[in-house]
Design a protein around this ligand. Structure first.
Ligand SMILES: [Zn+2]
Length: 466
């Protein structure tokens, strides 16, 4: 397939490097990845093939010469490794499955543990069924789950499946207060709503710590009952909010109507939508809908109502729920869970991390001007229009530097050693220095305001390899 694209452009003319990158990620990789998220056998070979394909395609993106290192080329082009790309594809598949577990029949077994002991089914390269894969995974789901363990600190994450629920009408009370109303006005409005619903008020909240740990909390008026639950790092704040609602429903007195007071419009909307459509996206949402239905069947249609309150408005109950949710993020992880959104979020974090850690010019070089890009790749790979390289392949007799005439003209010499480089700009002493984002960017100002100058780009665009 790559061969067909050869006619479209090369380093001298035609498709730009950035377009090539888009063709690669959008089309070639999409085709190469197709179906790979289902198969679990033979993936090592697949990975090798994929790497080769990626290498061929990306060489065009960065205008690299023959024989450049695979990792370097991928990094310069700013695309992730085949492994991460596959992980992401599988994460997307699992995300879909978690929303609707019927999609693949018994490929996954919805017992809430993520295990597939009953089906014991596995797909080989030809789409046939096997019992258990050599890795011991019974499904892609269990494999993904075990990979997700890389991200967890302790405890056993559980996949939080969504699924079908019975339809439920969930009443929402519009409180007689505005976002900018004072706390007293809100308190009065809440009291009115409670009397109207003849309900006990319970405040709920969700929270996420900086390290990604999510918690949910609930606080019953007067503090008679309160609590918090930790969800782990594979959930979203939204999941924390819903978990708080679940806690509130399970903890509230069983013979009393309940008014759930949440500061998350998204969480309230999700509960109402799940009741209306009969589809819940996560397990907590399923439990919430079941709980509402159970209370309605005993206490009537107003057994559970929801009301939105403004956050950070000195409302005592709301602040307490916020505190409990925050405290929960420091609790021992008893039964953390993996939710669809949390999984996506975690994978995003992981991909960004890969970019950051392995950042040899990654993501940044593609934005450089063409001349800087070409020179950088030639210097970093040591191959291209460099005397030492040309000497090696028999194209010149003299390997010495054309600028200073003292040492062999290697990429390293040009970029890091040659005295000529000192005349044209900032000197870096190592490739790591060269690739360090923060240190080699400079803010400058003109009549339009501040802009950033990439000193490494400037440096390479001034080098003339001729
Ligand atoms: Zn020199």
């Amino acid at each position: 397939m790559l061969a067909q694209f050869n006619g479209l452009g090369n380093s001298q003319w035609g498709i730009s490097a950035n377009s090539w990158r888009q063709i690669y990620t959008g089309m070639i990789r999409a085709i190469a990845l197709w179906g790979s998220e289902l198969g679990w056998r033979g993936q090592r070979d697949w990975e090798k093939d994929f790497e080769q394909l990626q290498y061929q395609a990306l060489k065009k993106c960065v205008n690299a010469t023959h024989g450049s290192k695979i990792e370097l080329i991928s990094q310069i082009a700013g695309v992730e490794s085949p492994r991460i790309a596959l992980d992401a594809a599988q994460a997307r598949l699992i995300g879909k499955l978690m929303r609707d577990t019927t999609a693949l029949g018994d490929l996954i077994f919805d017992d809430g543990t993520g295990r597939n002991e009953e089906a014991r089914r596995e797909w080989d390269d030809f789409g046939q069924e096997y019992t258990v894969s050599p890795d011991g995974f019974t499904s892609v789901l269990t494999a993904i789950q075990s990979k997700a363990e890389v991200l967890k600190e302790e405890g056993h994450e559980r996949i939080s499946y969504g699924g079908r629920v019975e339809n439920v009408e969930v009443p929402e009370v519009k409180l007689q207060a505005q976002a900018d109303s004072k706390a007293e006005v809100w308190t009065e409005a809440i009291n009115q709503a409670r009397e109207f619903c003849k309900a006990t008020g319970v405040y709920t909240d969700g929270s996420m710590k900086e390290d990604g740990m999510v918690g949910g909390g609930w606080y019953m008026e007067g503090g008679k009952r309160q609590g918090g639950v930790t969800l782990g790092k594979l959930a979203m704040v939204w999941d924390g909010e819903v978990c708080g609602v679940r806690g509130a429903l399970e903890d509230a007195p069983s013979e009393s109507n309940v008014l759930i007071l949440s500061d998350s419009q998204a969480a309230i909307a999700a509960v109402k939508k799940a009741g209306r459509t009969g589809k819940a996206r996560t397990n907590d949402l399923k439990v919430v809908i079941k709980g509402i239905r159970e209370r309605q069947s005993r206490l009537g249609p107003n057994a559970v109502s929801f009301g939105w309150v403004k956050a950070h408005n000195e409302l005592h109950g709301n602040e307490e729920a916020d505190r409990l949710a925050k405290e929960a993020t420091n609790l021992y992880l008893e039964n953390p869970q993996i939710t669809e959104g949390g999984l996506k979020q975690a994978w995003k974090r992981m991909r960004q991390e890969e970019r950051r850690v392995k950042g040899a010019g990654m993501g940044r070089v593609v934005k450089w001007n063409r001349k800087a890009r070409v020179t950088y790749v030639q210097c970093h790979t040591g191959k291209g229009n460099l005397q030492a390289w040309r000497h090696k392949i028999g194209k010149t007799d003299d390997p010495k530097c054309r600028k200073c005439g003292r040492y062999a003209e290697t990429g390293k010499h040009i970029a890091l050693v040659c005295t000529h480089a000192e005349d044209i700009g900032q000197r870096c002493s190592t490739w790591e220095d060269m690739d360090d984002r923060a240190r080699w960017a400079k803010k400058e100002k003109d009549e339009k305001g501040f802009y950033t100058v990439d000193l490494v780009e400037t440096f390479f665009s001034k080098i003339d390899l001729r």
